[in-house]
Design a protein around this ligand. Structure first.
Ligand code: ATP
Length: 313
């Protein structure tokens, strides 16, 4: 067995999430802006790769992940997907230390899965097995979940389709305060509620809305890259684009999320938003110092909060 390998898997927030009408396959067309954040799960891999002999079935790695049932843990699914695709098995154990809240709209499970895909693929190749192309890894990632491909190379990006068509954005680290309401929300339930409460929208109307948002994000990214903006101006422009179509559905399911958002706004953040399907609510601040001050005030009021920055791209 090789020495334990330690890897960090970042979370994400969605700075924009536009949800279109359901498609023929039941999925909703999305336009989202993902930003990875500097809050990480830690994964410790103690596994080795070995070729599967004729007729031998793969022995799954043992995944220990307090707070998440081992059955159906996406880390195990990712290693299993690599084994099926390569004919090599990955034996041993993986320990996941969760720092990202579970089922909270921060993509922790997807990020852990992407980390397992990358580590497992490297181990198989290093042991003399087949090399996975980035296209193959992306395909396996897509099969594990719509957000998993983003975490293979987590940088701020625009994502379309069901989240798999990505275009990088140039953005600096953005100071955020994250608040974690003491509740979980199932993504599927939030989408079901969205279908019930959202106003009907045609595919063409959604495409128009998505195009306006994409264009605005590309323009901010270009202006930042060509140094036409300074950080406070950029933050103000980003605040103007914070939007999440799933917010109303998550407020409907957990009214305290609206209180969390209003609480952040009252404390002077530039903008506040539910991340993904919630319940994490984030506030965009003018500086890390302000984000830290607000996080401390919230903690004093017994609201679980922390300051982080997005990772630059
Ligand atoms: P998203 O924003 O991508 O919808 P999320 O942040 O809301 O995701 P996750 O924390 O990724 O939610 O977990 C969603 C579900 O996935 C949970 O119900 C959990 O049981 C399952 N899951 C499987 N593997 C993991 C893992 N390694 N970490 C967290 N959750 C996992």
């Amino acid at each position: 067995m090789t020495a334990p390998l330690r890897v960090r898997a970042p979370g994400k927030v969605n700075l924009t999430l536009l949800v279109g009408p359901p498609r023929g396959d039941g999925y909703h067309e999305l336009l989202t802006v993902f930003a990875p954040v500097g809050l990480y799960d830690e994964l410790i891999f103690e596994i080795e790769a070995a070729p599967l002999e004729e007729g031998q079935s793969s022995e799954p790695a043992k995944v220990t992940c307090p707070g998440v049932p081992s059955e159906g843990n996406l880390v195990g699914s990712a290693l299993g997907a690599l084994a099926s695709a390569s004919g090599w098995q990955l034996r041993g154990s993986v320990t996941v230390r969760k720092h990202l809240p579970v089922a909270a709209g921060m993509g922790g499970g997807s990020s852990d899965a992407a980390a397992a895909l990358k580590v497992g693929a490297e181990l198989i190749e290093a042991a003399g097995g087949p090399a996975f192309s980035s296209e193959e890894l992306r395909r396996l990632a897509r099969e594990l979940g719509a957000d998993v491909p983003f975490f293979l190379d987590p940088r701020p990006c625009l994502a379309r389709g069901v989240g798999e068509l990505m275009e990088n954005l140039r953005l600096p680290p953005l100071p955020l305060v994250l608040t974690f309401p003491d509740a979980a929300l199932s993504t599927a339930e939030v989408y079901r509620t969205f279908d019930g409460v959202a106003a009907e929208e045609s595919g063409a109307a959604f495409a128009g809305r998505a195009l306006r948002s994409e264009t605005a994000w590309r323009s901010i990214s270009r202006a930042w890259e060509s140094e036409e903006l300074i950080l406070p101006e950029l933050c103000a422009q980003v605040a103007g684009l914070l939007f999440n179509d799933l917010e109303q559905a998550s407020f409907h399911l957990l009214p305290e999320l609206l209180e969390a958002k209003v609480g952040l706004e009252r404390r002077g953040v530039l903008g506040a938003l539910v991340s993904g399907s919630g319940p994490t609510v984030f506030g965009l601040c003018v500086s890390e110092v302000e984000a830290e001050t607000i996080a401390q005030e919230l903690e004093r009021d017994e609201v679980h909060a922390t300051q982080v920055s997005t990772l630059a791209g």
